[in-house]
Write a protein that binds this ligand. Structure first.
Ligand SMILES: N[C@@H](CCC[C@H](N)C(=O)O)C(=O)O
Length: 304
């Protein structure tokens, strides 16, 4: 299949997202296109959220998620909020059900413009995260970085929320740590056969915390929604916080927040936060060639 498709450059509290409209087509955004788009300063992104026709009854769309290295991801919380905002603007609807390779996600846009995504149930079993070694208790595993007798980061909580996460507890602001150096080492550690997203988390009260994430397949990002969910669940699971937290993403512009609620009644994790449209254009999903839409000056940022 050939031809250009519409896309929107968006962000979820800084997480750089391209929402690509692949509905009505049978092809996919290729890894080569993703790498080309990631290499251009204008379209640089953390994740592509490619909206496809639904595959399952009762769903609105199938979402294919690509990282900026061309690899696939099972979950992207910030990107899902961007998809909801784009589809809500197009259809006037408020509630959506999506399918990804990791399962079904429900999401809703609220009257104040914030968006909640039900990210599903956390998975703690070592072989489902997955880890390469058996751990009965994944709330604190043996893994450390730095000198053996004075590790800089150690004993992370690990889990999956559609993608694998390791949460390292820190006692200073996460921006104080050299995540650019430790992130790739930990992402690719033999403990994680499918690699992992690496998050530094500082708990500041029983209902507040601060995070910063090195993303699997995307590197240092300004924000990661599934990591925020994993950090909040891990904090509650280990008794550091309650089940609902206001989470500040240290690296996001203006240190924006997400509300994470690990619901007692059904074990689902619900993330609420903002999404922002930046500009729109058309791209070739085979090669990544793109063109920005012309915007008349008087239309400004409202033209989406
Ligand atoms: N930014 C995303 C998560 C992206 C997926 C990740 N890099 C992976 O490969 O697991 C989010 O907001 O959740």
């Amino acid at each position: 299949m050939t031809g250009m498709v519409e896309f929107a450059k968006m962000n979820g509290i800084g997480n750089k997202i391209l929402v690509v409209d692949m509905r009505g087509r049978t092809d996919r955004v290729t890894p080569e296109a993703a790498i080309a788009l990631a290499g251009d300063a204008e379209t640089r992104f953390d994740q592509i959220m490619a909206i496809h026709d639904p595959k399952a009854h009762g769903t609105d769309a199938y979402i294919d998620i690509l990282n900026n290295d061309g690899s696939k991801a099972g979950a992207c919380g910030n990107g899902t909020r961007c998809v909801v905002q784009a589809l809500a603007a197009e259809t006037g609807r408020k509630a959506f059900t999506f399918q990804t390779v990791a399962g079904i996600l429900n999401a809703v846009e609220h009257d104040d413009g914030s968006i909640s995504v039900d990210m599903g149930k956390p998975e703690f079993r070592w072989d489902r995260i997955p880890l390469s070694e058996e751990f009965h208790d994944t709330s604190k595993i043996e893994l450390q970085i730095g000198p053996i007798d004075a590790p800089i980061l150690h004993s992370p909580a690990v889990m999956s929320i559609g993608n694998p996460h390791a949460i390292f507890w820190v006692d200073r602001d996460p921006m104080d740590y050299d995540l650019e150096r430790f992130g790739p080492l930990l992402e690719n550690h033999p403990m994680f056969p499918e690699k992992a997203n690496i998050t530094l988390a500082q708990v500041t009260s029983p209902s507040t915390m601060i995070t910063r994430t090195w993303e699997r397949g995307a590197g240092l990002t300004l924000a990661c929604g599934s990591a925020a969910c994993a950090a909040a669940v891990s904090a509650a699971r280990t008794g550091r916080t309650g089940r609902k937290v206001e989470l500040t993403v240290a690296s996001s512009p203006g240190r924006q927040t997400l509300t994470i609620d690990w619901r007692e009644r059904d074990n689902h994790v619900v993330m609420t936060g903002a999404a922002e449209w930046e500009w729109s254009g058309r791209l070739d999903p085979l090669t990544g060639a793109f063109a920005r839409d012309e915007v008349a000056p008087q239309d400004g940022a409202a033209a989406h």
